[in-house]
Design a protein around this ligand. Structure first.
Ligand code: SF4
Length: 171
């Protein structure tokens, strides 16, 4: 599975994409091994939409556990949409047999090493986004877009092959 914005889909909060130039990711795409997905769009949020951050930079696990919310800068609680998007991502990942996900680093949904700290001032803290936390809890390894080679090594270590990937692009 791969973040739809990394595949050139204009699904980010600001209406833009974050297209990846990674050669290995491009090869996997040509081979039909990628399923692109945007959890925030699939969770019901529009494009564009207000930027959102996990309060206190608490991380996606805290959101899933109900101890932190996802808020916009204006204070709107968008937690339900983020959790719905994460669940939809897990369902899609399972249905296509995905074992790894390449997700956009830093996002409150897709971040795997860092997320924003909840202050809407550009600060980052170590942590998972909501979708990343749910995928990882269910045995799907998540790597940021700068770690595709690590994802490939993980697949080799855990047996290449696996899920077919149908090349579907959503979000
Ligand atoms: S939720 Fe994930 S896939 Fe969707 S725009 Fe944000 S980073 Fe990209």
């Amino acid at each position: 599975m791969v973040s739809a914005c990394l595949m050139g889909r204009r699904v980010r909060y600001d209406g833009a994409a974050k297209t990846s130039e990674d050669a290995l990711l491009a090869a996997w795409r040509r081979q039909g091994r990628l399923v692109a997905f945007c959890p925030e769009v699939e969770g019901g949020l529009p494009v564009p939409r207000p930027a959102a951050e996990i309060e206190g930079g608490a991380g996606g696990g805290a959101v899933l556990d109900g101890t932190a919310r996802v808020l916009t800068a204006g204070g709107e609680d968008v937690t339900a949409a983020f959790v719905a998007g994460a669940r939809a991502a897990l369902e899609a990942a399972r249905s296509c047999g995905a074992r790894v996900a390449i997700l956009k680093e830093g996002s409150p949904s897709c971040g795997s090493l860092t997320i924003h700290d909840g202050a809407f001032a550009g600060g980052r803290v170590p942590g998972h986004g909501v979708t990343t936390a749910l995928l990882e809890r269910n045995g799907i390894a998540v790597f940021g877009e700068g770690r595709v080679a690590e994802a490939a090594a993980y697949l080799r270590e855990h047996g290449e092959g696996g899920g077919p990937g149908d090349g579907d692009v959503r979000g």
